[in-house]
Design a binder for this molecule. Structure first.
Ligand code: BES
Ligand code: MN
Ligand code: MN
Length: 454
């Protein structure tokens, strides 16, 4: 414990500079024009792990978004800990809303600002540094394995295929994932569940081509109007999703789990005002806010493409409109089933004058984690020692597609991050607290030590 502090304190600048190097790489996996940057980020991780003494380091499975695989030095008789993380990031736009450029990491007031600072580069970096901290003399207390991918933000296709072919990669005594926030500042959490995702595009065509709205308006169908009516029927203002069957598989959290959530330091008003930044909260009113964001499915419209959105006006009747939508899924919903339900609902709601098509983009199954296995006691102890408080059991509304597959061979998957709720992941001015990075190094280092029996 004190040893870990002794590792961190004199080297803070060197450690931060290394993180800067990683954060400067614009490894945006959803944008093919950044494929080379994704490769560079993969190489950064591979070279780094090699330099830390990992005897086996590989880039696997893809030219464009390689999976980084590394094995630490053998620690005979010690447990195996698999570390999962991702080096890819979300697009940075709108760029003009950033106070400093997204790929020029900048420290202001104790926070490090950059795209990927918290999701997930800064977090996976703190786990890598924790491994460094406990590897002095080339003898880590555990058998470490690293699986760091570059397609998390776009569905993890390459990694799914890899684990399908080589399932033994996830043989471990524990899997550690640091890609999520604390429940609140000073309140580390361990996630007992993540939501899944079903992403789709709904396209409506109502005309052979665009028309002059003066000559035809009043008699011709309008693609945007048709699409908007359809979307409005898929979810009503009370927050209910009208896709037949969609709630059928939903397993409500147990009374005990809901009771535990009630004890969390959660202030609905502050959440609304400071985090959400709205005048009201919406959604299914009979359920608590935490249940709504952690354990109920959602339907969101992310954008509508088509028609005219340029400067000035254009009196046109659009022929085609596309909506980008997602559903968040909860235990025990299945992505494939929900995709079929959405497709059926959309077909049924389409008026007779519209050709409606649905394209399923990518998905993620929801996951529940049994947090009673021994490694959870150890992560709790590690946080207790470093943070002065153990972990609270929560869930998260976000999704990490590969997590269900990481637990397939029975390893307990410890979902415990070091971000903070106001880190603005995926948004302008994403940040990570500098102290959170250093705390993370000590927490995860301590976790490795405790796993190794120290
Ligand atoms: N790290 C996030 C997911 C997350 C955030 C989990 C907060 C728990 C708490 C991850 O990088 C992410 O953004 N995932 C995507 C899924 C993907 C398929 C686009 C998401 O949740 O939208
Ligand atoms: Mn992430
Ligand atoms: Mn993300």
């Amino acid at each position: 414990m004190n040893d870990l502090n002794a590792f961190v304190q004199p080297q803070r600048e060197r450690i931060l500079n290394e993180l800067f190097t990683l954060l400067k790489i614009p490894s945006i996996s959803t944008d093919p024009s950044h494929n080379a940057d994704c490769r560079r980020a993969a190489h950064w991780a591979a070279d780094h792990l090699k330099a830390l003494g990992c005897p086996r380091v590989e880039l696997l499975a893809s030219e464009t978004h390689p999976v980084v695989w590394a094995e630490g030095p053998d620690a005979p008789g010690k447990p195996t800990v698999l570390v999962y993380g991702h080096y890819d990031v979300q697009p940075a736009d709108p760029l003009d809303l950033w106070d400093s450029p997204p790929f020029e990491p900048t420290v202001r007031d104790g926070n490090l600002y950059a795209r990927g600072a918290t999701d997930d580069k800064g977090q996976v970096f703190s786990v890598i540094k924790a491994f460094e901290a406990v590897s002095r003399g080339g003898r880590p207390p555990i058998n470490a394995r690293f699986l760091i991918e570059g397609q998390e933000e776009s569905g993890s296709k390459v990694l799914f295929d890899l684990l399908e072919r080589e399932p033994e990669r996830v043989n471990a005594d524990a899997v550690l994932v640091s890609d999520m926030p604390y429940f609140a500042p000073g309140w580390p959490s361990v996630e007992a569940g993540l939501r899944g995702l079903c992403a789709a595009e709904i396209t409506v065509r109502v005309l052979k081509g665009d028309l002059h709205s003066g000559l035809y308006g009043g008699a011709a169908p309008n693609a945007h109007e048709t699409l908007v009516h359809l979307l409005a029927k898929l979810k009503t203002p009370d927050g209910k999703i009208h896709i037949p069957g969609v709630y059928q598989a939903v397993k409500r959290p147990s009374a005990a789990e809901r009771a535990a959530w009630k004890k969390l330091p959660f202030n609905e008003r502050a959440f609304q005002r400071d985090e959400v930044g709205s005048r009201a909260l919406t959604g299914l009113k009979p359920y608590s806010v935490l249940e709504r964001i952690w354990a109920l499915p959602t339907f969101e419209i992310h954008g509508i493409v088509g028609g005219f959105t340029g400067q000035g006006t254009k009196t046109v009747i659009p022929a085609v409109a596309t909506a980008k939508v997602t559903l968040r899924l909860v235990p025990n919903q299945k992505t494939a089933v929900v995709a079929r339900q959405l497709s059926a609902a959309v077909k049924k709601l389409a008026p007779k004058w519209a050709d409606v098509s649905l394209k399923i983009m990518h998905g993620a199954d929801p996951v529940l984690v049994d947090i009673s296995a021994p490694p959870f006691k150890l992560i709790d102890q590690a946080f207790r020692e470093v943070e002065g408080r153990g972990v609270v059991p929560t869930r998260s509304g976000g999704s990490i597609p590969i997590v269900p597959a990481l637990g397939k061979r029975g390893a307990p998957v410890v979902l415990a991050g070091i971000g903070l709720p106001d880190d603005r992941l995926h948004a302008p001015n994403e940040k990570i607290g500098v102290e959170q990075v250093f705390k993370g190094i000590r927490v995860f280092g301590r976790f490795f030590e405790l796993m190794g029996g120290a």
